[in-house]
Design a protein around this ligand. Structure first.
Ligand code: HEC
Ligand code: HEC
Ligand code: HEC
Ligand code: HEC
Ligand code: HEC
Length: 189
């Protein structure tokens, strides 16, 4: 009698339990894709540049450095020259600024690590969003408070469409805004 109970447990219950566990792991993995999509990604950068200091405390305008954001597809990262507008004089004896100056004098671009990225097969354009009055924080969070930039929102298709389907509700600070496109070829051209 005991033996058959154990047999049952090993031959039927155990595989069944394992199967249920495996399925739920796979399902959770699949459905939590949005949260895993780079949210929280904040790699160490080659130079300890702080947005909190420059864009927050010193209140330097985002577009002073991200010159493409209102007229191009890409926001563009600043060249070393823009940093050197100030750092030929400012804090030039500091180790991080000495590193910065070496990039400048050797003419090598700083290998900043890319944080936000949509795949090649999807089309995103900053200028169309910025020119409708959408602020950076709606998509990037409060960068002015970040010493190290971190992705705070997912950029999955669902995330794009969540705002496109209901833009006014997602952007309450705008007086009027039309919904964004939902047709496939708007974003897959
Ligand atoms: C003094 C120049 C400067 C200013 C001003 C500035 N940034 Fe940046 N930004 C940088 C540099 C350099 C990087 C790349 C290093 C890093 O990620 O910190 C960067 C990176 C970023 C990134 C991440 C890019 C990626 O790889 O995905 C975002 C988002 C961003 N900035 C938003 C902003 C916003 C929003 C503002 C205004 C509130 C702003 N920046 C102001 C220089 C600047
Ligand atoms: C408008 C002037 C200005 C620009 C442009 C600017 N900075 Fe600065 N930066 C400053 C000032 C001023 C400080 C010192 C602030 C303080 O310590 O209170 C500073 C501090 C720093 C520090 C910290 C230095 C330390 O004390 O260890 C780093 C690193 C830095 N900047 C990197 C950059 C980089 C990289 C860029 C270009 C993407 C840049 N800065 C562009 C004015 C500027
Ligand atoms: C509607 C959402 C949205 C808004 C608003 C937005 N961004 Fe972005 N940002 C993105 C997406 C999506 C990417 C990734 C783009 C890609 O991979 O082509 C990105 C990438 C970036 C990058 C990385 C380099 C690049 O050019 O792709 C920087 C820097 C940046 N944004 C800065 C800003 C700044 C500064 C503002 C405000 C002036 C801003 N963004 C407003 C969604 C947004
Ligand atoms: C916070 C809201 C918001 C988010 C997030 C957002 N969009 Fe938009 N998008 C808009 C609005 C608003 C419009 C413009 C509607 C109008 O006035 O025509 C727009 C317009 C567009 C257009 C049409 C541009 C054109 O050429 O006319 C494309 C393409 C687009 N978005 C792609 C994306 C992609 C890809 C993402 C995700 C990575 C995204 N958007 C995320 C609000 C958003
Ligand atoms: C507002 C912009 C936008 C629209 C409209 C849109 N897509 Fe996407 N799509 C994206 C983005 C951004 C990604 C990349 C998502 C990621 O990295 O997870 C994507 C990814 C995909 C993928 C890859 C699989 C996946 O889910 O990651 C497929 C397939 C796809 N889209 C098909 C479609 C079809 C079919 C339509 C029309 C019904 C459509 N898309 C409309 C932005 C859009």
């Amino acid at each position: 009698m005991k033996r058959t109970v154990l047999d049952y447990a090993l031959k039927i219950r155990l595989p069944l339990t394992l199967f249920v566990v495996a399925v739920s792991v796979i399902l959770t993995f699949y459905f939590s894709r949005a949260e895993r999509d780079s949210v929280g990604y904040n790699p160490e950068q080659p130079i300890k540049f702080s947005h909190k200091l420059h864009a927050g405390q010193m209140a330097i305008d985002c577009q002073y450095c991200h010159i493409g954001v209102a007229k191009d597809r890409h926001a563009i990262l600043p060249s070393v020259n823009i940093c050197m507008n100030c750092h030929t004089v400012s804090r030039k004896d500091r180790p991080e600024i000495i590193k910065l100056t070496q990039f400048y004098t050797t003419g090598k671009p700083i290998p900043w690590k890319r944080i936000h990225k949509v795949p090649e097969y999807a089309y995103f354009n900053h200028s169309v969003h910025i020119n409708k009055g959408i602020d950076c924080a709606s998509c990037h969070g409060d960068v002015k408070q970040m010493d190290l930039v971190s992705q705070v929102k997912p950029f999955t298709m669902t995330a794009c469409l969540d705002c496109h389907r209901n833009s006014q509700a997602q952007l309450p600070y705008l007086k009027t805004v039309r919904n964004g496109p939902e047709n496939c070829w708007a974003c897959h051209r």
